[in-house]
Design a binder for this molecule. Sequence first.
Ligand code: NAD
Length: 484
Amino acid sequence: MKQIDHFIDGAFVASARRFDKRSPLTNAVIASVAEAGRAEVDAAVGAARAALVGPWGKLAVAERVDLLYGVANEINRRFDEFLEAESADTGKPMSLARHIDIPRGAENFKIFADVVKNVPTEFFEMATPDGRGALNYATRSPIGVVAVVCPWNLPLLLMTWKVGPALACGNTVVVKPSEETPQTATLLGEVMNAVGVPKGVYNVVHGFGPDSAGAFLTGHSGVDAITFTGETRSGAAIMKAAAEGARPVSLEMGGKNAAIVFADCDFDAAIEGTLRSVFANCGQVCLGTERVYVERPLFDRFVAALKAGAEKLKLGRPEDAATGLGPLISLEHRDKVLSYYRKAVAEGATVVTGGAAASMPGELGAGAWVQPTIWTGLADDAAVCREEIFGPCCHVAPFDTEEEVVRRANDNVYGLAASVWTTNLARAHRVAGRIEVGLVWVNSWFLRDLRTPFGGAKQSGIGREGGVHSLEFYTELKNVCIKL
Ligand code: NAD
């Protein structure tokens, strides 16, 4: 069994307290993970502080950028190790991690290295009463020690999405990976050492959220800013912790994303895109679709095609190339998803396909498997149409007018993402403009240019990261005014 320890000040550090990490595939224990108490969190924050004022803080931007390129290249060199670790922790198909999680893990360092190399500086000349004038220019400095609190669904991808810009901007970090996915964050520690990133720049503490490493870290007075991805409820707790010391937060949180399918859409593209957005990563994608609205003339045909697509998805082991769907992350999460499967029926849904746990052969029988599921027939106020489930399921409802569907899509506390399927250009712009979310895809899903702003509206998030937008969070902007 693997032993997974914290990574503090460039070294792997154990704890007396440990917890078991189980495989989502079989529920067997696959690793023993150190659990940080206040002492380990203290050590990690102290190491990050020392590195900030020490070697890391003294590097020129070009030197920092070279190191970050080195990190990206080293991730790619050890690609298969990252792939195996990520898929062992999550049970996700390797085909998915090979094309998304691991390449993006490397890319997140390159893109932000490029961004900081090219940051423009603000410059204003101004008049003064004595006629001599003054010059203003703005500089950006690191914000300090950044706590990075991460979820389990795309562990390396989402963690490096924060660590990449934080380090590029000259900060140091203490990462708290999800208790469900400790491996790739730990492996990244080895990468940092191999590349020569100074010790203390990148630290990892393992543990849980409340009353554990997550809360100790976000409540630590030595942390200058907190960036978080996870559930809205956890984000709200973190905001409270950040209020002590008035520290800034960047929060990427839950969603209940809608796909809006107009009758004039490219049917095959809409089906393919919706299938991916509902079932990719077993529905455990914050940007995934759980509500599908289909214009009435297309409704029956669309539901039939979506059903056929869902029923073709093969549940299986990560390494099997034919696997389309892995397990959910844990038995606990499976129970939550199944409770919604039952609720849907209790609320009067028609189960188009699925609706239950999936029975799997042999040792997989003990894992966190559920059937891909589609419902119709519920009103918009049903629990499965309002609350984030985070499983491989969606409800499909008909609509009659553009006005109506925009209102219904917006009638939710979340506002992360939406996809709109139409060949009518004017309508695409109109609807995109009126949907209350941070990201809209038209005739696509999950197309990501990392220079673009990323984040959620309403209860889906606070702040935007991506490209130059990340600089707003990870740097302190200072104006210098020089009297001539
Ligand atoms: P979670 O909120 O349970 O946990 C996320 C992280 O926060 C974990 O590391 C956890 O240990 C820690 N944590 C929890 N409570 C805490 C507290 N009070 N103080 C400090 N740390 C705490 O989320 P999850 O179940 O790991 O991830 C799934 C959720 O993440 C879904 O809601 C999903 O929509 C959301 N998500 C959002 C985005 C986005 O970009 N908006 C991306 C991925 C996932």
